[in-house]
Design a protein around this ligand. Structure first.
Ligand code: G6Q
Length: 546
């Protein structure tokens, strides 16, 4: 057994789980009028209600004991302080420095990195303002109005999710597009509707070696040159974001349009850096800074609030509670805001790439579960599809609900209906429906006797299904910044408890390596090497069809 599963805090939680397993939240709410006050927190208008969880005062105390035992506060100080806690890559983890104020000091290898962060932010401001106000134009003199981000994974999902989420703040004449997939359909279908004269490509790649991104960038460049009839057009229509300035130079991107970031920014944590360039172009630099300000507010809260009142710590420990002590294998993200429709996809990467690990920091196999599968869809669409399983399936699926109190689009009763659905779902999941309640309902519908008894079992809802609710006034840049940073830090807390490195991604690297080997075989450039029978026959089938 590992040190973690043998530890006193873990063992006490195991025993506690068997006690609480028989209690219902229905009873807990009935017994404690102060439950909501006790189990909810607020920060800058963001209300985090975690009272609909299978916890009591003792559970919370024991979960926080586990967090203390794991050293959550100490690890937090190390991360914010620039220690190289990403040990398998020997890197600091400093996405928090990207939203630090100008006068902050964060040292990496004896150098304060904050002046560099603000130098790049100033560069982004100058560049985005000149594109937005039409000073910097395309090759034929037209303003650049279609921003096309070419990047994948961490160099795409964050900016895409944020541009979608903050559409109401977008420049009225601008549109943001995202090309990621090496599948030509992605670029062909995106460019089909665009006018080269008004299109600005941003090639975003931390390493500037990623096959998909460089292939798409080359195809985009060829498209532009063909449409505008001049190589010289590339200078105005391309920008790049990378840590690899040598490679951006070799690709031929005007150095004035190259935005730098650093190896201490993880790809999936990079939307706050120059990787956020499409966001700043689309919503403007003032709004981008509000987004950074929201994340900074969450950073300050995470660093300073006691564990008992600390949102990321509590959210993280609730995940540990269900994942490790109730055997939950997945959790759902359910935004009741259409603008957040890409949040589940973004969190899938952030969470699963960070904490989907099977060895601990020392490289030893773990004997406990690490991260859940993350999935979700915006409400109310999910209600008409997979909520059935959440309500009446055999597995526990903890879920995070989130909703704005006000909508950017007030239209008739839409928003009241949306909100009522959100609140009704968490209430129903918590309460369930007892036999007596179901029976009374059926009787009220005029059923009786055998007909009633036959239908009754299908009408029962076990309830006691845990949910969190994040409620906020309006989905604005500050709130979104807080929300994203909340999840970033929650993941960090869980990684600390599981004693894993949340900041490497060797699984991604392996995929990149494998595809590189198969490509020349698939193109018929080299003979087939030894593969398993399945892969060999799939390759042969592809080759024979060419
Ligand atoms: C993120 C991962 C991964 C990465 C992509 C793109 O944390 O490392 O998703 O962002 O593989 O990499 P580049 O930015 O280097 O092209």
């Amino acid at each position: 057994m590992s040190k973690l599963t043998q530890s006193p805090a873990w063992q006490v939680l195991l025993a506690h789980q068997s006690q609480i397993n028989n209690q219902t939240m229905r009873e807990m709410f009935a017994a404690d009028a102060a439950r909501f006050d006790k189990f909810s927190l607020q920060l800058d208008g963001l209300l985090f209600d975690y009272s609909k969880n299978r916890i009591n005062d003792q559970t919370l105390k024991l979960l926080l004991d586990l967090a203390r035992q794991a050293g959550v506060s100490e690890w937090t100080a190390r991360m914010f302080g620039g220690d190289k806690i990403n040990t398998s890559e020997n890197r600091a983890v400093l996405h928090t420095a990207l939203r630090a104020p100008r006068d902050a000091v964060v040292m990496v290898d004896g150098k304060n990195v904050v002046p560099d962060v603000h130098r790049v932010l100033d560069h982004i401001r100058r560049y985005t303002e000149s594109v937005r106000n039409g000073e910097l134009r395309g090759y034929t003199g037209k303003p650049l109005r279609h921003i096309v981000n070419i990047g994948i994974g961490g160099s795409a999902l964050g900016p895409l999710m944020v541009c979608e989420a903050l559409k109401p703040y977008g420049h009225p004449e601008m549109q943001a597009h995202f090309i990621s997939n090496v599948d030509a359909t992605d670029i062909v279908e995106t460019l089909r509707h665009l006018d080269a004269e008004t299109t600005l490509f941003i090639v975003s790649s931390k390493t500037f070696t990623t096959q998909e991104t460089l292939t798409n960038a080359r195809s985009a460049r060829a498209w532009l040159v063909e449409k505008l009839g001049a190589e010289a057009a590339v200078a105005n229509h391309f920008a790049a974001v990378s840590t690899n300035l040598k490679a951006t130079g070799e690709f031929g991107i005007n150095p004035e349009h190259v935005f730098e970031f650093w190896d201490w920014v993880g790809g999936r944590y990079s939307l706050w850096s120059a990787i956020g360039l499409p966001i700043a172009l689309f919503i403007g630099m003032d709004n981008f800074e509000r987004l950074l300000g929201g994340a900074r507010a969450m950073d300050e809260h995470f660093q300073s609030a006691p564990l008992e009142r600390n949102m990321p710590v509590i959210l993280g420990m609730l995940g540990v509670w269900y994942g490790n002590f109730f055997g939950a294998g997945s959790y759902a993200v359910l935004p009741y805001d259409q603008y957040l429709h890409r949040l589940p996809a973004y969190l899938q990467q952030l969470e699963m790439e960070s904490n989907g690990k099977c060895v601990d920091r020392a490289g030893q196999p773990v004997d406990y579960d690490t991260h859940f599968t993350v999935w979700g869809e915006p409400g109310t669409n999910g209600q008409h599809s997979f909520y059935q399983l959440i309500h009446q399936g055999t597995r526990m699926v903890p879920a995070d609900f989130m909703a704005p109190i006000r909508s950017h689009n007030s239209l008739g009763e839409h928003h009241a209906m949306l909100l009522s659905n959100c609140l009704a779902q968490t209430e129903a999941l918590m309460l369930g429906k007892t036999e007596a309640e179901a029976r009374a309902e059926l009787e009220a519908q005029g059923l009786s006797g055998e007909a009633l008894e036959t239908l009754l079992p299908f009408k029962l809802f076990p309830g006691n299904r845990p949910t969190n609710t994040m409620l906020f006034d309006l989905l604005d840049p500050h709130t979104l910044g807080m929300l994203i940073a909340l999840y970033e830090h929650k993941i960090f807390v869980q990684g600390v408890v599981w004693n894993i490195n949340s900041f490497d991604q060797w699984g991604v690297e392996y995929g990149k390596q494998l595809a590189g080997k198969l490509l020349p075989e698939l193109q018929g450039k080299v003979a087939l090497s030894a593969h398993d029978a399945s892969t060999t026959n799939l390759l042969k089938r592809c080759l024979s069809a060419r």
